[in-house]
Design a protein around this ligand. Structure first.
Ligand code: BTN
Length: 242
């Protein structure tokens, strides 16, 4: 492990590992020992990378895997995963020209392939945000889930410190706005960046068309009889191509 400098990030130390189990697990240990907000753990590869809902996150060299620590007196709502996805796609859109979308509640998509994911974990007054982005193509057989993995190979043209620095700065800014204003501050941008709006999906055994987001990030579906139902969590399956 070595401590490195990342352009534009002076909020806390950045610890870079050649190989680690999981950047979020290591950062959790640091947080429990009292590490300051803004501490970042970044690794070239992970051997025990974790995805949502107990899934593995395949983390070979060539991707970006990092976790950042924030402090917050109140518990941070799960909708911050959506906001973090928004920070990433804003940076990659504005600086690199990539067209990416957010698949509720925490995935980053490029067309119909998943290129990144986020896990937010609360830890009494602290929040660990773990981010994984695929840069090199990944074979479907390596994925512990039923999505098709995509890649962000354009990022290879940029120093990875620069990309991680831009994402961290944007995330920090958005974390402050989220604490002050909540998800509602991001609502219109989130709807514009969603790959689900207007599409028919299945979530937790319910089928319907996504017609809106709630002010706290809930997904609002309209069923075939015109009834609305909101969802706070779950895995979404798209039933039609966009
Ligand atoms: C998901 O889509 O299920 C979320 C994937 C999050 C993966 C990142 S990689 C860095 C951090 N460390 C982990 O073990 N997981 C997150």
């Amino acid at each position: 492990m070595k401590e490195i400098k990342i352009p534009g990030w002076d909020m806390g130390p950045v610890y870079f590992f050649d190989s680690i189990g999981s950047t979020s697990d290591y950062l959790r240990e640091l947080a429990l020992k009292g590490s300051r907000p803004g501490t970042v753990v970044w690794a070239r590869k992970q051997t025990e990378g974790r995805g949502r809902r107990g899934k593995k996150w395949f983390s070979p060299p060539g991707g970006l895997y990092f976790s950042v620590l924030f402090h917050s007196p109140q518990m941070i709502e799960p909708s911050f995963s959506l906001v973090a996805a928004g920070s990433i796609i804003r940076v990659l859109g504005e600086k690199i020209g990539l067209e990416l979308k957010i698949k509720w509640p925490n995935d980053i998509y490029r067309k119909s392939s998943k290129v990144g994911g986020i896990i937010c974990e609360n830890l009494s007054g602290k929040l660990i945000v773990g981010i994984g982005l695929n840069i090199d193509p990944i074979n479907n057989s390596k994925i512990d889930s039923d999505y098709s993995p995509g890649s962000l190979s354009e990022l290879k043209a940029y120093p990875s410190e620069e990309v991680v620095g831009l994402i961290l700065s944007e995330l920090d800014k958005d974390f402050k706005s989220f604490q002050e204003e909540g998800f509602a501050y991001f609502l219109e941008e989130q709807k514009a960046h969603s790959n689900l709006m207007g599409r028919t999906v299945r979530i937790n055994c319910s089928v319907g068309r996504v017609v809106n987001y709630g002010s706290r990030g809930q997904l609002i579906l309209e069923n075939s009889e015109g009834f609305l139902r909101e969802f706070w969590q779950g895995t979404v399956v798209l039933l039609e191509e966009g």
